[in-house]
Design a protein around this ligand. Sequence first.
Ligand SMILES: NC(=O)c1ccc[n+]([C@@H]2O[C@H](COP(=O)([O-])OP(=O)(O)OC[C@H]3O[C@@H](n4cnc5c(N)ncnc54)[C@H](OP(=O)(O)O)[C@@H]3O)[C@@H](O)[C@H]2O)c1
Length: 249
Amino acid sequence: MNYYYITGTSRGIGKALAELLLKDPSNNVIGISRTRSIEHAKYRHFHLDLTDVNATADFKFEIHANAKKIVLINNAGSMGFIKPVGKLNSAVIIKNYTLNLIAPSVLTNAFIECYDTSDAEKIILNISSGAGKKPVDGWAVYCASKAGIDMFSQVVNAEQKIRIENPETDIHGGFKIFSIAPGVVNTTMQDEIRKASKDDFSRLEDFIDYKKNNTLLEPEAVSQKFVHLLSDTNNIKEILSSLKDYELQ
Ligand SMILES: NC(=O)c1ccc[n+]([C@@H]2O[C@H](COP(=O)([O-])OP(=O)(O)OC[C@H]3O[C@@H](n4cnc5c(N)ncnc54)[C@H](OP(=O)(O)O)[C@@H]3O)[C@@H](O)[C@H]2O)c1
């Protein structure tokens, strides 16, 4: 049996990922978000507000004795307010970093602690963004949180590499971790971006055009690529990459 913990399964990329994985009877999906929108015999839902740090810290991963593969997909995320720094709201800054960076860090730590001695294949996939690699005006907290999750992933990878290279001290095998950007995807996040004010966001017209010209990727197509990569992580070229680097065979 395979077990996939996915944050943000109520809509968008997370929902499409969960629904695709559930088509395979050997997969179980445990979804985490504030609302539930999936009903399936192999799906369980945890209602959790990931901006509530204490509630996130209390989340418990379960022991799956029959697991062949256990995966954590840190997908939940939000753009927060689109405004230049100086016009942001402090409470929104704090919530946005908490959702996009603190919650995935806390969950990754708990995931590694829980499955440290499991002999299953153990994978962490962080859904990152091109915005973590280059600055976008109006998106300071989003860009910084995605850059943070990229660096967090690289450090965890370095730590796990040390374990994997010393099998005599570690018989259970390490964790693989990847931080992969999906591209520009037709979800509620894009709806929110198009509602920004032109005065606060110089690239507003580009994002309106992506929708108008039908160049947005669909969550189902993006999920197919993610599921393909997770089926054999040897296909993943780098710790940090983008889905556009991969073609489906
Ligand atoms: N769409 C894009 O173009 C794009 C591009 C690059 C990267 N990404 C990344 O892809 C990931 C998924 O984005 P998406 O476009 O699918 O977004 P979305 O459609 O807005 O979905 C976001 C998901 O996150 C959950 N979420 C939001 N706030 C939460 C909270 N406080 N606690 C728990 N769950 C919460 C939502 O569930 P509830 O509201 O029910 O809690 C929802 O299921 C994000 O990390 C995003 O940064 C997206």
